[in-house]
Write a protein that binds this ligand. Sequence first.
Ligand code: TYD
Length: 207
Amino acid sequence: MTGHYIALEGIEGTGKSTIAARLAGHLEQRGIDVLRVREPGGTATGERIRHVLLDPGGLVAPWSEALLFAAARAQLAAELVGPALRSGKWVVSDRSVYSSLAYQGGGRGLGVTEVRRVNAPGLGEVWPEMVVLLRLDAVTGLARQHDADRIGGEGIDFQTTVGEVFDDLAAAEPGRFVVVDASKAIETVWAAVLQQVEKRWVISSTG
Ligand code: TYD
């Protein structure tokens, strides 16, 4: 793997998509070849799985949910993220395997270890190198949310648990995670994220 894989993570309403778009744009402006993806989805197969997963009217049992997220992610790794990293591209991802650890492992109560175990075979070395955790309390996050999908529509207790598991994951892997306070204005959040990325890598204008 010669490229770099950065994932934006957090509960609902943290501004992940805005920050992912900014980061990808910033890197591209500096001549870096960037692949921007989102989870679940990003491939034709993954987008079909996304529909099953997020349809507010759908009925999906907890382990079925965890395995579908893992399936969509395995497809994304095989089809896009793995090849991009091997060719030296940077990958900026809106969510990653860590969402499954927090939402399915924690929120659904399936266990972080168990959910990690079903995701790992489909990913191999395709694992985020840096995870930017945009940290926000569940009440503020849900208040900022526009349209709730099947999982985003889970209540405050679920979102609180997800947030706590994200915190635990960040504490367990301090070399991989950077934690940014997402309660601040978006410009402040963006400045903090950029500072962390630039602390890790020298981003020259030639890439
Ligand atoms: P999305 O529309 O991408 O929302 P968001 O802006 O919050 O990222 O919806 C993704 C939803 O799926 C979100 O509620 C989080 C959830 N999710 C999981 O539960 N597990 C996962 O592994 C992933 C990637 C997402």
